[in-house]
Design a protein around this ligand. Structure first.
Ligand code: SF4
Length: 183
């Protein structure tokens, strides 16, 4: 089992993740409170992305689904910013993290695991403009990726459980991704 976990972590690391590790899903702290944060729409994606609330699904059902998996591969990307107003750097870091998530997904999609659920950071970024914003059905339902937050995951506690830092120093930006799976 350890070898398999190491293999999964190495897939994330070899694709550019800063850190990666596998922990039991029972160690993942979730809270319906995160849905109220989404409802405040600070990111502007609420109701504008099929993989974001409210369209991502009922928070209690998603939390239940998450805890129905045995294990979770957690990985993080860390990028440097010029300063805390470096919005271009933040956007670039988000783009890089999305690429990392897509590469991890591509490599793990055909790996022999009973079930898999891929989760990313923020709303699904597969299309330049999500079809939700233009009133169309999702263009890639099989590849659309919801976020850890949509599933009610407390990402700072997730980092702690996975032996990672949630914040990695001044003028850095850290994003998380995950793959839930059953052996
Ligand atoms: S695949 Fe495209 S249309 Fe579907 S949720 Fe993602 S961004 Fe939106």
């Amino acid at each position: 089992m350890r070898d398999r976990f190491t293999y999964l972590s190495n897939v994330a690391l070899s694709n550019g993740a800063y850190k990666a590790s596998v922990i039991p899903t029972s160690d993942v702290v979730t809270d319906t409170y995160f849905r109220t944060l989404c409802e405040k729409n600070v990111c502007g994606n609420y109701g504008k992305n099929w993989m974001c609330p409210p369209d991502a699904g009922d928070i209690n059902e998603l939390i239940c689904e998450l805890h129905s998996y045995q294990y979770i591969l957690v990985y993080q990307s860390v990028n440097t910013l010029e300063d805390s107003y470096d919005f271009e750097g933040m956007a670039e870091a988000a783009f890089k993290h999305h690429k990392l998530m897509l590469n991890v997904r591509k490599e793990l999609e055909n790996v022999d695991l009973k079930r898999k659920l891929f989760l990313g950071a923020g709303g699904c970024r597969l299309c330049e403009v999500c079809a939700k914003a233009t009133g169309e059905p999702c263009r890639n339902p099989g590849k659309a990726t919801p976020s850890l937050e949509a599933y009610g995951v407390n990402v700072s506690k997730l980092a702690e459980s996975a032996g990672m830092k949630y914040i990695n120093g001044v003028n850095t930006v850290t994003y998380f991704g995950a793959v839930l799976f059953d052996i």
